[in-house]
Design a protein around this ligand. Structure first.
Ligand SMILES: [Zn+2]
Length: 61
């Protein structure tokens, strides 16, 4: 068997871009702090979908 495939690099933390340890309990974040930061962004509406219609099936006219 050829071992040509390179080992997968650890995914960087989506908040601070630091490498996350495989065994990290906070994955995909590097730490509980970064997880809280990401959660805060969610609550702040950073990821909200703009202009989503409530009833797409109900079209006027
Ligand atoms: Zn982080």
């Amino acid at each position: 068997m050829a071992d040509s495939a390179p080992p997968r690099p650890p995914r960087p933390c989506p908040v601070c871009r630091k490498p996350v340890e495989r065994e990290s309990p906070h994955r995909p974040f590097c730490s509980a702090r970064c997880r809280q930061i990401d959660l805060g962004r969610w609550l702040a509406g950073d990821y909200a979908i703009p202009g989503e219609p409530a009833d797409p099936e109900e079209e006027p006219g």
